[in-house]
Design a protein around this ligand. Structure first.
Ligand SMILES: Cc1ncc(COP(=O)(O)O)c(C=O)c1O
Length: 439
C-alpha cells in the first residue's frame, strides 16, 4: 500500500491554477434572480437546440416546473422527501486534523455522500420524479456516468412506482459494476451503450433517442445542470438546498460566511447546488475543479472550461472538449462522474463574468486526496469530490488560520472500491479476485 503523501503533495503541487480566479470579485449583478428567472439563456450560453419532435416535451417540462417552483404544496412534498427518503440535512464536518497538518485555512466538508444512495444526485432525482408525476408520466429514462445518478434515479423510481430505463456507456458500465448491480436490484433496466467513446456522452445521446421514440409516456431525467433548457435551471433549483444548508451550518459553526466554496465539476450539478446560495455574497470565492486526468493532452482529461472551446452539443451552447475540426474529443478521468465533455451553461456564464473561477486536479492528485482524507479524518470520499479536496489541499497553506474553505463532498467513495483498490493495493485485490473465482 502506498503511503499518503501529504507533505510531498504540498510542495510538489504546481502553484499555477490554469484559468483560476483566486479572488472572484462579483459585480453588483443579482445572479440568483438572473438565473431563477432565466428563459433558457445565461449570457450567451444555454438555449434549446433540439429536434422539433422533442419541443413538446421541453415545453411541457418548462411549464410544469414554472408552476411547481413556487407552489407551496409541491415544495412541501419536496422538503419532506429530502428529509424522510434522503436523510437531509447532510452534515458539515470540520476537517480539523487535516487543516492543522496543512497549516493554513480551516477546511470544512459538506457531506453530500451521506445522502441516501451516496451522493448529491438524489436531490435532482427526487425533484424531477415529483415533476414527472405531476406531468402524468409513467416511464423514466436516465443516463449515468459514475452510476450515482442512475442508482439514485432507480431508487426514486422504485419508491414512486415508475418504470426506469438507464443508459450507461459500456466503459462506465464495466468500471462502475457495483452501481449497475444496485440499479438492477432496484428494478431498473440498465442498457450499456457501445457507440462512440462508450462513456457519458454516448449514454446521453442514447437517452435522447429513447425519448424521441417514446415522447408521451416518458420523462428524461437528465443527471446534471447541462442539456437544453429547462434542465440546467431545474437541476440547479433542486440542488440549491446544498448551499442553503451550508450557509446556515457554517454560520452556526463559525459565526459567518466561508471565504471560499470549492466543488468538483463534471456537468456542474453539485457545483451549482453549492454555489447558487452564495452567488450574491461578494466576499465568498467560488471555484470549480475539473478533471485534469493524466495530462493536458486532448483525450487525456475532462477539463472543458480550462481547455475546451465554445460550441453546441446535446442541445445547449457551452464549453466543450473538441478537436481542431470541432468534433467532440474523447475524455478521460479516473472518476467516471467527471468524465463528460461539456459543462453547465450557467457555470460557463458565471466563469465569463468572473464570478466562478476554475482549476483542475489530476487523477493522481484526486487519488492522493482520497487516501489523505481517509487516514486523517476517517472519511472515504468519492473520487469526483476528491478533485475538489485536492485543490483545497493545494491552496490551504497559502491562507491564514482564520480563512474558511468549504469543500463539497458530493459523494462517498465506496462505489470506487475497484478503482481505488487497484491503485492502492493491486496485488491484494488480484489475489482476492482469484480466490473468489477459485471458490
Ligand atoms: C459523487 C459525484 N460527484 C460529482 C459528480 C459530477 O457531476 P456534477 O458535476 O453534475 O455534480 C458525479 C457524477 O456522477 C458524482 O457521482
Amino acid at each position: 500500500m502506498t503511503e499518503p503523501v501529504l507533505m510531498k503533495f504540498k510542495s510538489k503541487m504546481e502553484k499555477v491554477a490554469i484559468k483560476s480566479t483566486i479572488k472572484s470579485t462579483a459585480s453588483s449583478t443579482n445572479y440568483k434572480n438572473e438565473i431563477y428567472d432565466s428563459d433558457g439563456y445565461y449570457g450567451e450560453y444555454g438555449g434549446v437546440f433540439i429536434p422539433e419532435v422533442l419541443r413538446n416535451n421541453m415545453d411541457e417540462l418548462t411549464h410544469t416546473f414554472n408552476a411547481c417552483k413556487s407552489d407551496p404544496a409541491f415544495l412541501a412534498e419536496l422538503d419532506l422527501a429530502f428529509k424522510e427518503f434522503s436523510g437531509r440535512p447532510t452534515a458539515l464536518t470540520p476537517l480539523s486534523k487535516l487543516s492543522d497538518e496543512l497549516g493554513g485555512a480551516q477546511l470544512y466538508l459538506k457531506r453530500e455522500g451521506l445522502n441516501h444512495t451516496g451522493a448529491h444526485k438524489i436531490n435532482h432525482c427526487i425533484g424531477q420524479v415529483l415533476l414527472a408525476k405531476r406531468m402524468g408520466k409513467t416511464r423514466i429514462i436516465a443516463e449515468t456516468g459514475a452510476g450515482q445518478h442512475g442508482y439514485a434515479t432507480a431508487s426514486v423510481c422504485a419508491r414512486y412506482g415508475l418504470e426506469c430505463i438507464i443508459y450507461m456507456g459500456k466503459i462506465d458500465y464495466e468500471r462502475q459494476r457495483p452501481n449497475v448491480y444496485w440499479m438492477e436490484l432496484l428494478g431498473a433496466k440498465v442498457i450499456p451503450v457501445t457507440e462512440g467513446s462508450q462513456t457519458l456522452n454516448d449514454a446521453v445521446i442514447a437517452a435522447f433517442k429513447d425519448l424521441i421514440a417514446h415522447p408521451k409516456e416518458s420523462h428524461y431525467l437528465l443527471g446534471s445542470a447541462v442539456g437544453p433548457h429547462p434542465f440546467p435551471l431545474i437541476n440547479t433549483f433542486f440542488q440549491k438546498v446544498v448551499g442553503e444548508e451550508i450557509k446556515s451550518q457554517i454560520t452556526e459553526q463559525i459565526g459567518g460566511l466561508p471565504d471560499q466554496c470549492i466543488a468538483c465539476v463534471g456537468g456542474g450539478s453539485n457545483a451549482m447546488g453549492m454555489f447558487y446560495e452564495f452567488l450574491d455574497d461578494e466576499s465568498v470565492t467560488l471555484t470549480g475543479v475539473e478533471a485534469g486526468g493524466k495530462s493536458s493532452k486532448g483525450g487525456e482529461h475532462a477539463a472543458k472550461v480550462s481547455f475546451g472551446k465554445k460550441g453546441i452539443f446535446e442541445g445547449y451552447y457551452s464549453y466543450f472538449l473538441q478537436d481542431n475540426d470541432g468534433n467532440i474529443n474523447d475524455t478521460h478521468s479516473v472518476s467516471a462522474g467527471l468524465d463528460y465533455c461539456g459543462v453547465s451553461p450557467i457555470l460557463a456564464h458565471l466563469y465569463d463574468k468572473d464570478r466562478v473561477g476554475f482549476s483542475y486536479a489530476t487523477d493522481d492528485q484526486a487519488l492522493n486526496a482520497v487516501q489523505v482524507l481517509a487516514q486523517k479524518e476517517g472519511i472515504i470520499l468519492a473520487l469526483e469530490s476528491a478533485h475538489a479536496l485536492a485543490h483545497a489541499m493545494k491552496i490551504a497553506p497559502e491562507y491564514s488560520k482564520d480563512h474558511c474553505i468549504v469543500v463539497n463532498g458530493s459523494g462517498r467513495g465506496e462505489k470506487d472500491l475497484f478503482i481505488t483498490m487497484r491503485h492502492f493495493q493491486k496485488d491484494k485485490m488480484m489475489a482476492f479476485l482469484k480466490s473468489q473465482l477459485e471458490s
